[in-house]
Design a protein around this ligand. Structure first.
Ligand code: SF4
Ligand code: SF4
Length: 378
């Protein structure tokens, strides 16, 4: 059984948030006295430069409340985050995080310094280079955002730890694990590394006050309040509760279903004790991401079938500013300079449908268009 705290949180009022974080940790019987003198790696979701009201990133006031809590009990917080494309300093400055970190005198980790993380029981991958400060910390406070995800259906506590891998190294994993099932399996191999890192206390506290629905996790999704703060030691259980709080379909989360099968945690409702509010206190109905044809086996993963079946990313000229962030992040080198002066050129035979470009595009200019066959069969 896993215990998960679920409490109502309807605003980012900093004085309320501190007590809500405190209550969340009490609900999971976290002993804060252990924080005294401890190094605590704080890992928010800072995917890109986005205003807090976009629902893409962990809210700065949420981060502030967690930092204040750690410091109140004598811990030393260290901010650890590896945005995909944009330098961390820029993300921190634009999102309103930098002033909080300066006020609270929080060190910012240099995530180019990496350490090995091992998961001997990984199905395919057993070694990962991750931010050293996360591995060395006495505690990890993982602060995911509640969001839908075009590739993996949902992104929460498990997926947020993918941000332990530095910058564009992340997109290389999309090449190695290029279909949705392979990518989910990789995420769980990586999560297993954290799961087995026994010298740490890892706590997941999800910012589900304002979430994201539709084509998340970037600007193509739509902000939507879920009014929830969800916490626990078991990332899979935290994600399971978050999915149900959002009114999404737990069965469609490969991370939750396969994560429980591998023994990394519990996603089945009957194996999770919820402390605090109950699920019936929430009546959210988040719009899921468009259904993908999860074709991973030959011949369906060939360019021919892929173009017929799987949604492809198509940049829209009326929104595109030709900033080329999509080109910079594309792990398959499928995006080239514009040939028409309006949008970048896409080579769909190279595209592996990882949707990193849609995730990173600051203008929400990349729409996912169904393949011909998928359109015909609805
Ligand atoms: S599609 Fe988006 S990320 Fe790509 S160039 Fe246009 S605005 Fe930039
Ligand atoms: S074009 Fe977009 S979806 Fe295709 S491989 Fe590149 S980043 Fe991924």
């Amino acid at each position: 059984m896993s215990i998960v705290s679920l409490i109502k949180g309807e605003s980012y009022d900093s004085s309320l948030l501190y007590h809500q974080i405190e209550r969340s940790l009490e609900n999971i019987r976290f002993d804060p006295t252990g924080l005294k003198g401890a190094t605590v790696a704080v890992k928010p979701n800072l995917l890109t430069t986005a205003a807090p009201e976009k629902g893409i990133t962990t809210h700065p006031e949420f981060l502030r409340a967690v930092i204040k809590f750690i410091k109140a009990y004598g811990g030393e917080p260290v901010l650890v985050e590896c945005p995909a494309f944009i330098p961390l300093e820029k993300v921190l400055a634009k999102g309103g995080y930098m002033e909080i970190l300066l006020e609270e005198k929080v060190r910012i980790s240099d995530t180019k310094i990496t350490a090995n993380l091992r998961n001997e029981s990984g199905v395919k991958y057993k070694y990962f280079h991750v931010a050293e400060d996360l591995v060395k910390a006495d505690y990890i406070f993982n602060l995911p955002k509640l969001k839908t995800h075009s590739l993996t259906y949902f992104t929460g506590a498990v997926k947020n730890l993918f941000g332990s891998i530095h910058g564009l190294e992340k997109s290389k994993w999309h090449i190695r694990a290029s279909s949705a099932p392979e990518f989910i399996s990789f995420l769980l191999d990586l999560y297993g590394g954290w799961y087995y890192l026994q010298n740490q206390g890892t706590v997941h506290i999800m910012d589900g006050i304002l979430g994201l629905e539709g084509e998340g996790p970037g600007a193509s999704g739509k902000p939507k309040a879920a009014n929830a703060i969800i916490a626990g030691y078991d990332a899979i259980a935290v994600d399971s509760v978050a999915i149900r709080v959002a009114g999404l379909d737990l069965k469609r989360s490969g991370v939750c279903i396969e994560g429980e099968r591998r023994g990394y945690g519990f996603s089945s409702p009957d194996k999770i004790t919820i402390a605090g509010n109950s699920l019936s206190d929430f009546s959210n109905s988040f719009v899921p991401p468009k259904s993908k044809s999860m074709v991973s086996a030959w011949p369906f993963n060939s360019p021919f079938f892929k173009n017929l079946l799987v949604e492809k990313p198509v940049p829209q000229p009326e929104k595109c500013t030709l900033c080329y962030q999509c080109r910079g992040i594309c792990p398959a080198n499928a995006i080239d300079k514009s040939s028409d002066g309006k949008v970048p050129s896409y080579d769909y035979s190279k595209c592996i449908r990882c949707y990193c470009c849609a995730e990173i595009c600051p203008e929400a200019a990349i729409e996912l268009k169904k393949g011909v066959v998928a359109r015909l069969i609805g």
